[in-house]
Design a protein around this ligand. Sequence first.
Ligand SMILES: [Zn+2]
Length: 309
Amino acid sequence: MKILDLHADIGCDVLFHHKRGMKNVLDTRHTEKLLKGEVSIVGMASFFDGHESWEEMQEMILTLENELKESKTWQRVLDKEDLISDKPKAIMTVEGMCGIQEDVEEKVQWMYDHGIRIASLCWNDENVLATGVKGNPERGLTELGIRVLKKMEELKMIVDVSHANEKTFWDILDHTHGMIIATHSNAHALCPHPRNLKDDQIQAIAKRNGVIGMNACAYFVNEDLSKVNAKALAEHASYIKKLVGSEHLACGFDYMDFFEDHEASTICDLKDASESQHFIHTLKETDFREEEIKKIAHQNVIERLVSYW
Ligand SMILES: [Zn+2]
C-alpha cells in the first residue's frame, strides 16, 4: 500500500554527503529503500538543532532543492496539483528555524520560495521564536514566533508542532488559524516521553482537523525498549483512533538508519523505510479496517493538503 511518510531527516544526509563529494545522494542512499517500502511520498526534512545560522539553514535547503530539481526519480510537491501524478514525491519540510533571528517575514518567504511547505519553529531547543521540549517549560512562543506564524498562515505553510513544548503548543494554537499537524509524535499515555502528545493535545489537533504522524523511533514507542516493535507502534495508532478517530492519523516514521549510531533508536521490524509495510500489516492485525489503513497510510494527509491549498 502506498505510504506518505511525513518525516525523514533526509535534508541533513544530502548535505552531509554533498560536502564529501557525493552527487545524487537521494538515489545513491535513499530511493531504493523508500520505494521497496512503497513510501512514495516523503516529507524530506532539513533539520536544525538550534545552533545553525541562517546561512547554514539556506545551504541545506538549497542543496536538497537542487537535488530534487535535478532528480529523475523524485518530483517536488509545491502545489496540490503535484499530488496527482504517480511519480514518487517529496514534500520539503523544515525542522527548527533557529537560523531565523530577524527579518522573519522575508526569511519565511525565502523558505517557501525554495519549496518548504511544512515547518516547525523549533526543534527540542529554545530559540528566538519558540521553545522546544527541552527548553524552559514556562517559556512558549515569542513575539517574533507569532510573526512567523502569521507569515506561514498567509503562505499556507503547514505548522508542525512535533517538537514544541506544551506552552509553545498551546500558544501556537492560540495564534494561528493555519493548519497544524504533528509530523512525528506518538501518544504520551502509552509512552510518557516529552516528545509524545498528551490526550488534550491530541484532541486539540483533531479539533483543528490536523493529523498526527506515527513515529517509529524506539524511544517514543515504549519506555521499555525490549517491548518496541511495529505492533507496539500500531497500539499508539489504536489509542489515538479511540480518542479522536482514524481520520487524524498518519505516518511520520522518522527513520534514522542513514545516520551513524542509530541502532538504539531502531525498532526491530521497522528498521528503515524498506520495512514500512510491516506497519501496514500490523495495523491489519490490530483493529483497523482496510479503508482506515489507507487513510493512515496516505489519504488523510493528501486530503488535508488538497483542501488547505
Ligand atoms: Zn524530530
